[in-house]
Design a protein around this ligand. Structure first.
Ligand SMILES: [Mn+2]
Length: 309
C-alpha cells in the first residue's frame, strides 16, 4: 500500500487541521496508507473542537525523509509548508487559496473557490459515494463555520451554505449558531498566551516581486484582548519585522461579532502603504479597515498588487 503524509500549513487553524485529518481518511478510502501531521501547536479554537469531538492532537513534523509522498491541504505556497518540501514528492493538493506552486511531476490537484477546504473535501466524498460518519460531518462543518466566520466572511458562497446545511443533518451538532459562538469564544480567550505566539497564531507570508509581506489575522469575539496588549504587540511586530527581514507587516484584528477589521500597524512606512491601498484612517497605530473580514479576498490581493507595481 502506498504511504502518504498529509500536511497542513505552518500555523495550523481549524480548517487546515481538521481538513487534513479528514483528507487522510479520504485517501485511505482511495487505497493509500495516510497519516496527518501538524507543523506547529494548535490554536485554542482547534483545541476546543478536538476535545469536544474527542480527537487526538496530531504529531508535529516540519520535515520528512526525501521522496516521501505528500498531500498538501489548505495551502500550496512554498513558504507556508514543510522546510524540505523541494526534496519531497507532492502527490496531492487540496486547497482553496491562490496557486503559487510548481510541480516536478504530474499531480492530483483539487482547488475550488469555496470558503473552506472542508467544503471541497465534502464534495469529494460525495462524488466518490464514500460514507460520511457523524464524526467526519462534525469535523467538516466545524471547518466551514470557522473559515466562513459563520457565513459572515466574503469568501462564503451559496454552495458553502448548502453544503453546511447537508452536513448539519449528518452531524451531532444541534444548534449551529451556538456551537460556532463556542468555537469563536474559545479562540478569543488569549490572556495567557505570550505575544509572539499570539501574533504567530495565524500569519501568512506572501511574496510580491522581491518583497516579503506578512499579514496576520486575529479573529476574535473580544478585540480588546488584542487592543489592551497593543504596546506589547507592536514590540513583537517590530522584532519579527527586523528578524525576518520583512518589507511589510500588519496584524488584522477581526471582530467576528460586529464584523469589523481594526488592523494594528507598526510604523509610518506601513501606515502610508495601508492608507494608499485601502484609503483608510489610521490613529495610534490602528487602521480602520471597516468590514474587510477576509484576508484572502479583501486584503492580500490589493496589497500584492500594490507591491507588484
Ligand atoms: Mn482554509
Amino acid at each position: 500500500m502506498k504511504e502518504i503524509k498529509v500536511i497542513w500549513h505552518k500555523i495550523p487553524d481549524t480548517d487546515c487541521t481538521l481538513s487534513a485529518i479528514v483528507a487522510a481518511d479520504f485517501l485511505e478510502k482511495l487505497g493509500y496508507k495516510a497519516t496527518s501531521f501538524i507543523q506547529w501547536k494548535l490554536n485554542k479554537e482547534t483545541e476546543f473542537i478536538l476535545k469536544k469531538l474527542d480527537l487526538k492532537i496530531p504529531e508535529i513534523k516540519t520535515s520528512f525523509p526525501e521522496w516521501t509522498n505528500i498531500c498538501l491541504v489548505d495551502h500550496n505556497e512554498i513558504f507556508q509548508t514543510l522546510d524540505n518540501i523541494k526534496e519531497l514528492n507532492v502527490e496531492w493538493i487540496i486547497d482553496h487559496h491562490k496557486i503559487n506552486f510548481e510541480s516536478k511531476s504530474p499531480i492530483n490537484m483539487r482547488v475550488e473557490t469555496l470558503c473552506s477546504t472542508a467544503s471541497i473535501l465534502y464534495k469529494m466524498y460525495k462524488e466518490n459515494s464514500f460514507e460520511i460518519s457523524t464524526k467526519i460531518a462534525d469535523m467538516l462543518l466545524s471547518c466551514i463555520l470557522s473559515d466562513s466566520l459563520l457565513f459572515k466572511s466574503a469568501t462564503t458562497t451559496k454552495e458553502d451554505i448548502i453544503l453546511a446545511k447537508e452536513l448539519l443533518e449528518i452531524s451531532s451538532i444541534n444548534d449551529m449558531e451556538k456551537y460556532a459562538l463556542e468555537m469563536f469564544n474559545a479562540k478569543s480567550d488569549l490572556w495567557d498566551i505570550n505575544v509572539e505566539d499570539l501574533i504567530k497564531y495565524d500569519y501568512k507570508e506572501f511574496e510580491s516581486g522581491s518583497q516579503k509581506l506578512w499579514v496576520w489575522t486575529l479573529e476574535t469575539t473580544n478585540p480588546n484582548y488584542a487592543f489592551w496588549r497593543k504596546q506589547e504587540i507592536l514590540e513583537g511586530l517590530k522584532k519579527i519585522k527586523s528578524e525576518s527581514n520583512l518589507d511589510f507587516i500588519i496584524l488584522m484584528v477581526v471582530d467576528i461579532i460586529s464584523e469589523k477589521n481594526t488592523t494594528i500597524v507598526l510604523d509610518w512606512k506601513d501606515s502610508e502603504i495601508l492608507e494608499k491601498v485601502f484609503n483608510c484612517k489610521i490613529e495610534n497605530n490602528l487602521a480602520d479597515l471597516k468590514n474587510r473580514l477576509s484576508r484572502k479576498k479583501q486584503i492580500v490581493p490589493e496589497l500584492t498588487e500594490f507591491f507588484g507595481k
